[in-house]
Design a binder for this molecule. Structure first.
Ligand SMILES: Nc1nc2c(ncn2[C@@H]2O[C@H](COP(=O)(O)OP(=O)(O)OP(=O)(O)O)[C@@H](O)[C@H]2O)c(=O)[nH]1
Ligand SMILES: [Mg+2]
Length: 302
């Protein structure tokens, strides 16, 4: 995982730490660096942005005559990547949920959106499990009434976690399922409504319209975009569309345990300016970890 990004920074270090480069040589080194970033799923815009942030700072690094400026260079990388990456505190989310329930008696509503197969339903089960471990009781709204077997999948996961799932028949209005679930949770013990939705692809404009309707009617406290970290440039396009059309508060990147090149984390933070809340690292309920900048920094700059 993240080998490509690591290699890109290593190669750049080898070039800039040996001797003092001329302006042209530094530009050339950064051109090659950008190509390596793009091949690790960082978008062209984000790669250019990173290179532009690095250029003046690397030009200022005084490389010792016989090499050995690596530490200063690492600090430059660390500063630049820290400026781009955005993390979020899951603890703060727990506090918001508790506060809403305590002050209004109303459940906190989280709408999950994302492209097909990105890992929404699995991630919702993991989030439900995490909430339960934090003594909050969620309820699942099976608002994917579109994909075959989606309702059974969601109900099975809810049973595994030990929470209630609200569903209607296939083809039912997903917005109605969401609203029904919210109403059924009001005044009860359940403090969080997790809304599962059908996967949207950018090509299916009507499904995006439907998503906007679910958002309008369920009026969520937060929208979480779930993206498959293995899908690189497609995920980037989808992130932009979901962010522009629906509006997103947090991102969760899934499948970081598989052979993820990791560049999507940088791209998403830079291009939609929304923090990554968690990353998915497997198919089990516990395979969800809070995203912290250090997680990537350690692996890329180790
Ligand atoms: N290895 C791994 N697999 C994951 C992770 N998250 C989800 N998956 C798998 O990805 C596949 C798709 O997950 P779903 O949760 O059904 O995805 P979805 O976004 O709900 O899919 P649709 O409802 O069809 O749009 C399943 O086989 C999951 O087990 C993860 O973090 N790591
Ligand atoms: Mg699903």
């Amino acid at each position: 995982m993240l080998e490509g990004l690591k290699k890109a920074f290593q190669t750049l270090t080898e070039r800039v730490s040996k001797t003092r480069l001329s302006e042209k040589e530094l530009r050339d080194a950064l051109e090659d660096f950008k190509i390596q970033l793009v091949s690790s799923d960082v978008s062209i815009e984000t790669s250019e942005h990173i290179a532009e942030l690095l250029r003046p700072r690397l030009a200022e690094v005084q490389v010792p005559r016989f090499g050995g400026g690596e530490e200063t260079i690492m600090k430059v990388y660390r500063d630049v990547l820290s400026e781009i990456l955005l993390d979020a505190s899951p603890e703060k989310l727990l506090e918001e949920i508790r506060l809403k329930k305590d002050t209004s008696g109303e459940p906190y509503v989280i709408l999950f959106v994302g492209p097909n197969g990105g890992g929404k339903t699995t991630t919702i089960a993991k989030i439900a499990w995490w909430l339960k471990k934090n003594r909050l009781i969620p309820v699942l709204a099976c608002a994917d009434t579109f994909r075959a077997a989606a309702i059974e999948q969601a109900k099975k996961l809810a049973a595994q976690v030990g929470i209630r799932a609200v569903s209607q028949r296939y083809g039912a209005d997903p917005a109605a399922v969401a609203v029904d679930t919210i109403i059924s949770a009001k005044g009860g013990r359940e403090s969080v409504v997790l809304i599962d939705t059908a996967g949207r692809s950018e090509a299916k404009k009507n499904l995006l319209e439907e998503m906007k309707k679910i958002k309008r009617t369920s009026n969520p406290d937060c929208v979480i975009l779930v993206l498959d970290s293995l899908t690189g440039s497609t995920a980037r396009e989808q992130a932009r569309i979901f962010h522009n059309d629906v509006g997103v508060n947090y991102v969760i990147l899934t499948k970081m345990d598989s052979d993820s090149r990791g560049g999507l984390a940088l791209t998403v933070c830079h291009e939609i300016k929304r923090p990554i809340l968690f990353i998915g690292v497997g198919q089990g309920l516990d395979d969800l970890i809070p995203f912290q900048k250090e997680f990537l920094l350690e692996r890329i700059l180790a």
